[in-house]
Design a protein around this ligand. Structure first.
Ligand SMILES: [Zn+2]
Length: 474
């Protein structure tokens, strides 16, 4: 081979690496208004890097961003900012990967039995909070998840890259905004229809039967898509055997330990949760279930944020000021009611959720995380994603482990860990700059200064200001 030829190949390989990382789209002016860093070459210097793998933080690093990717990273003594680069000195600040969160929603409980469709403001809040990739965990709006995903990819909306989940796959229930599956054939048809419409993920819900779940799993897998579940009628062990990819809400939706559980019948979420609150994380029944999930490579999604809002004695959740005033008041009333509930099962259940999720991860399970902005409200996109990291630390994970669960683990589940989820040369430049050191003080994850998505730096303050006081309208 002639030398010129291998040079050409090297250049082609380099170009392929860059394009694999993903060039940012052409943004509209409306999106550009939220961008504060956009240059051909950006060098972040004197940065503390928390790389998302769980490794200890590294001090005084230089990161060079070019073409949407991390072109170079290393010790500041070795890696210098290239000539002409836009240099940002991050002395005292940290860089971590963009968050990859997998139980997000574009809707919020606004009234009795009704979910307001708030995708327009939510995608801004998610991005402002440091989320650069997210999976919605079920939708109650039909097409908005898919439409917003497409608009974000095309540069017409600011927001995280999105796995858009189809409307819930559920059996008969009383929710106005959800379809009730008729049978397994209907589950297959729904799967096919929504995949054709552009959905990239599925979510089974509490009343689905085993036959319907099996049909949905087959249809999703046939198309190379994944399916998760917030279950009740089907146990975790049954779902694992059917081939589900992920289970939502840690173990708090498991009905595996309910005595006399009837097949395909939901005994009520509370009945399941009473058995979970009393479960021994070192006992054989729980260990056997964990082994089954680990052996079958079923991931588990931690959503501690939503459960915290049900638990008396917890701090007021962050971010409530972005809500429309009546929605904020509505949550504050719920918060007071929760505080006065002496009998709440969650007083036991939240610490148990901590222990069970830790045991699952310790046994080799893939623990991933999301926030679930539902329940009685108070789980605010972006803010709650940061809170979820704090709660994982409270659960007993080290700060860098908690960050890994919310970055690389999510990317691994989505099958995109070669491209996103950690900070390494050649990977997409999805980065969160925070003031402080979250590897020591986890609350510093709240101090987000810039969110880089494909190397373009978004301004969280502007994103939040654009929706503040209006979240609830759109
Ligand atoms: Zn949810």
């Amino acid at each position: 081979m002639k030398p010129s030829c291998s040079v050409a190949i090297a250049v082609a390989v380099a170009a392929a690496t860059l394009s694999a990382a993903g060039q940012p789209p052409q943004f509209t002016d409306a999106v550009r208004a939220f961008i504060k860093v956009d240059a051909p070459v950006v060098a972040l210097t004197n940065a503390r890097v928390i790389d998302g793998t769980g490794a200890p933080a590294k001090e005084r690093q230089t990161l060079v961003i070019r073409g949407g990717a991390i072109a170079e990273i290393g010790d500041g003594a070795r890696v210098k900012a290239p000539e002409g680069a836009t240099v940002i000195d991050l002395t005292g600040k940290s860089v971590m990967p963009g968050l990859v969160m997998v139980h997000e929603h574009l809707y919020y409980p606004t009234g009795p039995g009704v979910y307001g469709q708030l995708g327009e403001s939510f995608v801004r809040l998610y991005l402002a909070g440091g989320v650069t990739t997210m999976r919605t965990g079920g939708n109650t709006n039909g097409v908005m998840d898919i439409s917003l995903k497409e608009a974000i990819d095309a540069g017409r909306q600011p927001g995280p890259a999105m796995d858009a989940t189809a409307p819930y796959l559920n059996g008969p229930q009383n929710q106005l905004q959800r379809h009730a599956l008729k049978d397994a054939d209907d589950a297959r048809k729904q799967g096919a229809y929504w995949a054709d419409m552009g959905a990239t993920s599925f979510k089974a819900y509490m009343m689905i039967t085993r036959d319907e779940l099996r049909a949905a799993v087959e249809e999703a897998h046939k198309r190379g898509l994944k399916i998760t579940g917030h279950l009740c009628s089907v146990t975790y062990a049954e779902a694992a055997e059917i081939g589900i990819d992920d289970l939502e809400h840690g173990f708090l939706a498991s009905t595996d330990f309910v005595p006399d559980k009837q097949p395909d019948v939901c005994p009520g979420q509370q009945a399941g949760q009473r058995t979970i609150a009393a479960l021994d994380e070192n006992g054989e029944p729980f260990k056997a279930l964990v082994k089954k999930l680990v052996d079958r490579k079923v991931a588990l999604t931690s959503t501690l944020t939503v459960f915290e809002t049900f638990t008396p004695g917890r701090p007021m959740p962050p971010g409530l000021d972005v809500l429309l005033p009546p929605l904020k008041q509505q949550f504050e009333q719920n918060y007071q009611r929760t505080a006065q509930n002496q009998q709440s099962l969650y007083t036991k259940l939240l610490p148990k959720a901590f222990a069970l999720e830790r045991a699952f991860a310790k046994a080799g399970g893939l623990l991933i995380a999301g926030t679930d902005p539902t329940g009685g409200g108070g789980v605010i996109p972006g803010y709650s994603d940061q809170r979820q990291i704090e709660l994982l630390v409270e659960a007993g994970f080290s700060p860098v482990e908690a960050i890994r669960i919310c970055t690389l683990n999510g990317a691994t589940y989505l099958g995109r860990d070669a491209k996103i989820g950690s900070i390494a040369q050649g990977k997409q430049a999805d980065l969160v700059v925070v003031d402080g050191d979250p590897s020591k003080t986890i609350a510093d994850v709240r101090k987000v200064e810039t969110v880089f998505k494909q190397g373009v730096g978004f301004d969280p303050a502007r994103l939040i200001a654009s929706v503040s006081g209006k979240v609830g309208l759109w």
